[in-house]
Ligand binder design. Structure first.
Ligand code: CMC
Length: 431
């Protein structure tokens, strides 16, 4: 983003201040208020940071009105159609798509770093059987910081090693935690398998089941993880940046991002979509009742997988996810009654003035959860899948933050509305 010649003038009584406008590489304009408080004593008030640009970034571009999502300039659909997930991970972290040699070296590093320290495997045994896999994932990621060195010098080799270590081990932790939750022996990663195939093998093979991983599932997983790979300053990425801005290490920052992603309004929505559809099914499949509840102001019920802060048209990720979902269903020749309910619900919502007036469309979580379900991923693991996909984005955001000239701790202000100053009464005199 470069400063432009334009300024906006703010008038406060007889005082006026010129605030520069800045323009991004896709023409997005922003008011630069860095001088505001110093010049006027004012701060801005923007709950939910709906109008606030917290940083400049060259990673991801979104245009919510036109339904555009690009990573480093490439349309997400183009990447889904032509790349594997690890190429997109490389793109986000490094800024360019790898050539054949770079991809081979990245794959090699991912394989070399796939195991987790054997002592960490004992941790899984001490979680309650019903522990949510996102709690386990977040705890295991922050624990990695006690087993592996922090990113020190920011030298390229350190970055490559730390990045591949995290990308590779997150996948291993996720699969191990699933196996432990089943009470089955863990399946170790294999050097002869690529990233997505390796994950599915760790999830679904066992000493008694050694079926080869279905290439349809490998392809679908590559595509779904790409859809999740980054989404500019969303809640969890902002958390990763906020924690990183306190100079916390990468593992701690990512662990915090995992916790943020878990929330049902964010990545946790994919689990809640499935639970909502199951509830509709259990209630006889009446999508109209779900729509009526979602519209009722006195009912906190929302259509999960619908609506988005940025997208005021169809979420481009949801469009691709719907296509992948149909392809997987056809290739596996499976019928999922929840998919029928989902499509009926989508059609009913899109035809309803409440959803039309508010520009509420399916978001990424509406069809991705259904696709993972077809692939055999259990419902409480769905947000873990989102986390595996989002990891390269979080890492890229963290690295970008650390390379900023203006690297400063993130520390918003507030408008205090509590009681004015008062004095402490002795204990016996308090009402
Ligand atoms: N169902 C019913 N009404 C909705 C929904 C929904 N899913 N989403 C928004 N609305 C209504 C909302 O009640 C409000 O109505 P009114 O103007 O009458 O008060 C209006 O639409 C604007 O909503 P908002 O809550 O101000 O929008 P937001 O930008 O603050 O929230 C959201 C965005 C995603 C949190 C919200 O749409 C939502 O809760 N969706 C359901 C949860 C979900 O699917 N989350 C996944 C998001 S995509 C994955 C990710 O990147 O995080």
């Amino acid at each position: 983003m470069s400063p432009s010649n334009d300024t906006a003038t703010l008038r406060l009584g007889d005082q006026s201040i010129d605030l520069p406008l800045r323009t991004g590489s896709e023409g997005e304009r922003a008011l630069d208020i860095r001088a505001l408080r110093r010049a006027t004593g004012l701060i801005t008030y923007d709950p939910g940071l709906v109008n606030t640009g917290a940083c400049e970034s060259s990673i991801t571009f979104t245009d919510g009105e036109r339904g555009i999502l690009r990573f480093r300039g490439y349309d997400v659909e183009d990447l889904v159609d032509h790349c594997e997930f690890i190429e997109v991970a490389y793109l986000l972290v490094h800024g360019w798509l790898p050539n054949a040699a770079q991809k081979a070296s990245f794959s090699r590093l991912l394989n070399q770093n796939a195991l987790i320290h054997e002592d960490m495997i004992h941790f899984f045994s001490h979680y309650p059987e019903r522990a949510h896999p996102m709690a386990v994932l977040s705890a295991m990621v922050v624990s990695l910081s006690s087993f592996y060195p922090e990113l020190g010098e920011n030298r390229q080799e350190d970055i490559d090693l730390t990045v591949t270590r995290l990308l590779s081990k997150l996948r291993t932790v996720a699969a191990f935690s699933y196996k432990k939750s089943l009470g089955e022996p863990i399946v170790y990663p294999r050097h002869d398998m690529k990233y997505c195939q390796n994950f599915l093998n760790m999830m679904f093979s066992s000493p008694v089941v050694r079926d080869p991983v279905n290439p349809v599932l490998v392809d679908a997983l590559n595509k779904l993880l790409i859809l999740h790979a980054d989404h500019e300053q969303n809640c969890s990425s902002s958390v990763v940046r906020a924690v990183g801005s306190a100079d916390a290490n990468l593992y701690a920052s990512i662990s915090a991002g995992i916790c943020a992603l878990w929330g049902p309004l964010h990545g946790g929505a994919n689990q809640h979509v499935i639970e909502m559809l199951q509830q509709i099914q259990a209630d006889g499949g009446h999508v109209d009742r779900a729509i009526a509840r979602a519209k009722d102001r006195n009912d906190p019920y929302r259509l999960m997988g619908f609506g988005h802060r940025i997208y005021k048209s169809y979420d481009p990720r949801a469009r691709v996810a719907k296509r992948i979902c149909r392809d997987v269903t056809a290739a596996l020749d499976r019928h999922d009654p929840l998919l029928d309910i989902a499509m009926e619900l989508e059609a009913a919502a899109l035809a309803d003035p409440y959803f039309q007036e508010r520009n509420l469309y399916p978001n990424v979580d509406f069809y991705t959860g259904l696709t993972y379900r077809q692939m055999g991923i259990p419902t409480d693991m769905l947000t873990v899948m989102f986390a595996i996909g989002r990891l390269p984005g979080w890492i890229a955001q963290w690295l970008e933050l650390r390379s900023e000239d203006e690297f400063r701790i993130m520390r918003p202000r507030q408008i205090y509305v509590g009681p004015p100053q008062r004095t402490v009464k002795p204990l016996g005199e308090r009402s």
